[in-house]
Design a protein around this ligand. Sequence first.
Ligand SMILES: Cc1cc2nc3c(=O)[nH]c(=O)nc-3n(C[C@H](O)[C@H](O)[C@H](O)COP(=O)(O)O)c2cc1C
Length: 321
Amino acid sequence: MIQRYDLAPLDGITKVVFRRVWNRHFGGADRCFIPFFSPTDHHVMTARDFRELDPAQNRDLPSVPQVMSCKAPDFVWATEVLGDLGYTEVNLNLGCPSGTVTAKGKGAGFLAKPEELDRFFDEVFSQVKLPVSVKTRLGISDPAEFERLLEIYNRYPIACLTIHARVQKEKYRGPVHLEEFGRALENSRNPVCYNGDLRTVAEVRTLEERFPGVESVMIGRGAVADPALLRKLRGGPAATREELQAFMQDLYREYQAFYGQVGTAAQRMREVWFYLIHLFDDAERLNKKLRRFKNPGEYEAIEAAIFAELPLRDHSEGDLI
Ligand SMILES: Cc1cc2nc3c(=O)[nH]c(=O)nc-3n(C[C@H](O)[C@H](O)[C@H](O)COP(=O)(O)O)c2cc1C
């Protein structure tokens, strides 16, 4: 039985303004993961990093910060700073598939070096004061790599092992590897959270039936594509057109206040619409315009047309990317 719903970190999308506004309008997440913070060996938190992690901005949200590092001293330093800011858990990113990240041996790139990962955990768990959870993939190119990785994870008291059921090479596309996830769930000594491609209430229920032992799921793109998804999972109603419009208007306003520039705010809105547009029928023409608008005025006109003209579905359809 699923007892916990986590909002996934989506760098560039579920940043602090989105999390705040989304929680106010829809919510339903037990925990919201903050997109990764990447410490350097200078051990300074930049103003930009702090803006995202600032406890005042994240107040009233059950937030878990995420750190991406392959160096134990940097990771431990980050946990200390985050502890001082009041956070009670830190998540390690072992899932980011981007080439620039993996080339540095970070994110999913760390999964290519199990012995180093083992040494990293050994050093980290002998020093950290806060609980550490991990967000991982199944491996680099073959899900069978997970057996070896799980042996390592099982040696440490990981607060929760969130598994995105793909390998690094698959990025965010193609079918998820549910069989391998099932083996991981059976053999993990630590609590396991499922992540990957959950878009509708029916999909979550199907997963729950197949894996009754899974206690938590993490949802990312599905919660942007249908902002009421987590609310519905808790028995609440689907989003109405008025609610969605109020949500998007609030988001636009808060982006403008946060960035101080209406152009940047409109760009951010385009990224949200990339997913949200699939909640509307007959959206092709306006979606094309959304991808191409050149200034905030054009954006505002397209948004108004979407809400005035397009029929709303009660759940998102189609691929997440
Ligand atoms: C645009 C984008 C940004 C992401 N940023 C992060 C991140 O900062 N940290 C992380 O662990 N995962 C990140 N992810 C991965 C998601 O957290 C999640 O694992 C992935 O989208 C699969 O879950 P979903 O199908 O529910 O979206 C990102 C994914 C996307 C598409």
